[in-house]
Design a binder for this molecule. Sequence first.
Ligand SMILES: Cc1cc2nc3c(=O)[nH]c(=O)nc-3n(C[C@H](O)[C@H](O)[C@H](O)COP(=O)(O)OP(=O)(O)OC[C@H]3O[C@@H](n4cnc5c(N)ncnc54)[C@H](O)[C@@H]3O)c2cc1C
Length: 220
Amino acid sequence: MHKTKILVIEPVTHDVKRIRLERPEGFDYQVGDATELALDVDGWRDEKRPFTMTSLPEDPYLEFTIKEYPDHDGVTTRLHDMKPGETVLIDDPFKTFRNKGKGVFIAGGAGITPFLAILRKEREKHSLDGYTLIFANKRTEDIICRDELAGMPELKVVHVLSEDKEPGMHHGEVDADLIRGEVEDFDQRFYLCGPPPMMEAVQKSLDKLGVKADAVDLSD
Ligand SMILES: Cc1cc2nc3c(=O)[nH]c(=O)nc-3n(C[C@H](O)[C@H](O)[C@H](O)COP(=O)(O)OP(=O)(O)OC[C@H]3O[C@@H](n4cnc5c(N)ncnc54)[C@H](O)[C@@H]3O)c2cc1C
C-alpha cells in the first residue's frame, strides 16, 4: 500500500466530493483504472474500498470522485470528513474499463467515474465525435459534473432522472424505448457502469434491441 496525502477535497454535488491525492512515486495507471483505498486510521486500514481515478495518467496528482453513503459509518462517509494534509492508503492500480472506441456510455450515479476519465481523455484529444453518454440519476442535484459534461464539444449527453422532471431531460428509467429514441445505430459499442439492478435491466434492453453481447463492455 502507498501512504499518500490529501491535497484537495471539495464538493462536486451534495453527496459527492472530488479528492486529489499526492501521486505516489511509480504509481502508473491507464485511463479506466481503479485502486483500492483505505483510511490511514486505527481500525480502518484493512477496510479497502475500490475507487476509479478520474484524473488523467499525465496529471501530477491522483483524482477521485467519490459518493458518500451517510446512512452508515463507512469508508466514504469518513473520507468525506477528511482534510487536506491528512493521509490515506492506496493499492496499485487495476483495470476496470478500457476505451475500445466511440460508442454509447450508459452510467448510473457514481458509475460515471470510469467514463469521466475516458471522456476527459477524448476531450483532450478533440475526438469526442460519435460518443454518446446516457446518464441516469434520481434528481437533478445528483448529476456529477453536469456543467463539465455539457461543455464537452461533440459529446451527446442524454440525462435520465427517475425522480425529478426537468425540461430537456428524460423522466423515468433507461429502458429499451428510451435507448431506441436516442441511439440510431445498434451495431456499435456499449459501455455500462452503475448499480447492479440498473445494469441488469439495461443489458436486457440492449439484448432486446439486438445489440450483440460481445459489443457490451461491463467493468472487469
Ligand atoms: C471497481 C469499482 C470502482 C468504483 N469506483 C468508484 C468511484 O470512483 N466513486 C464512487 O463514488 N464509488 C465507486 N465505487 C463504489 C465504491 O467502492 C463504494 O461506494 C464504496 O466501497 C462504499 O464504501 P463504504 O465503506 O462507504 O460503504 P460500505 O459499508 O462498503 O457499503 C457499500 C454499500 O452498501 C450499503 N450499506 C452497507 N451497509 C449499510 C448499512 N449498515 N446501512 C445502510 N447501507 C449500508 C451502502 O448504501 C452502500 O451502497 C466503485 C466500485 C467498484 C467495484
